[in-house]
Design a binder for this molecule. Structure first.
Ligand SMILES: [Ca+2]
Ligand SMILES: [Ca+2]
Length: 268
């Protein structure tokens, strides 16, 4: 038998923890809880525990929170973990400079930062979060001239006190899954989110490759960045430098000439 349950997801702060808690509340018959979940019709404890709850594409009423339907027909799969993966539209972001995710998100995978060599004019401009578990499909040994090249990504922060201890170390990264918030925003120039409705996932420094080198992109690197173990040799590769604001073309006053820009990654 298939029964449909309509669940309205509202603002979730610390969503992972609260979502799990709210499932318990739902299973004991609780129907509403402000800011967590509102369930429109009854769902029994056995249905929640024994059946996998699958959330299909959400639809939006005018001005309403996303509405999700769960089909709790039995399909033999049942776990909280499954529910967490499927519990909403969700979103993903890359946490540059750390190999773990904050409590507000779940780790999808961690890896090392990669990119094109700092002086190469071709290849990709964007930094990558490379898996530490690569799989191959008919690779050919040796170098081929007609190829792009992927290098590791080193901190070049010797002149920037907050990150100077990372000089020449290779940066790590993590891809993080947010279950219930569905929009992600990186704001350059601040380490605070726009309002309390937003969840600050992480904050840090805006970084890119030095202005005299080839162009990469601007990314937000965690304030407490980590490096790959024992990677202090100067291997070069793609590089990470802090970004200074230049006032004049930028409005002076809010921006101070030569100050290194902060950044924040927020979800809602
Ligand atoms: Ca290195
Ligand atoms: Ca400076």
């Amino acid at each position: 038998m298939t029964s449909w349950v309509v669940i309205r997801m509202q603002e979730l702060q610390e969503e992972t923890i609260q979502f799990r808690r709210s499932l318990e509340e739902l299973s004991t018959g609780c129907c509403t809880r402000e800011g967590v979940l509102v369930i429109d019709n009854d769902i029994s404890q056995s249905e929640l525990i024994n059946d996998t709850v699958l959330f299909y594409n959400s639809s939006y009423d005018d001005g309403e929170a996303p509405v999700m339907k769960s089909n709790n027909s039995t399909n033999g799969i049942s776990s909280d973990e499954e529910m967490n993966i499927l519990d909403g539209p969700g979103t993903l972001y890359t946490r540059w400079g750390r190999k773990t995710c904050p409590l507000s998100a779940e780790l999808v995978y961690d890896g090392v930062m990669g990119g094109a060599y700092y002086s190469h004019t071709g290849g990709g401009a964007n930094y990558q979060c490379l898996t530490l578990n690569p799989k191959w499909d008919e690779p050919m040994s040796g170098y081929e001239d007609y190829s792009g090249k992927m290098y590791g990504t080193e901190f070049e922060t010797i002149h920037f006190n907050p990150l100077s201890h990372l000089q020449d170390y290779e940066a790590v990264c993590a891809v993080c899954l947010v279950n219930s918030r569905s929009r992600v925003l990186m704001i350059p120039g601040t380490n605070e989110c726009p309002s309390e409705e937003w969840t600050r996932e992480y904050y840090g420094y805006l970084m890119t490759q030095r202005y005299e080198l080839e162009r990469t992109e601007f990314i937000c690197v965690d304030r407490n960045a980590e490096a790959r173990y024992a990677s202090e040799d100067n291997d070069q590769g793609a590089l990470l430098h802090p970004v200074e604001g230049i006032c004049g073309s930028l409005p002076c006053g809010p921006y101070i000439d030569g100050y290194e820009l902060t950044c924040v990654v927020c979800t809602i």
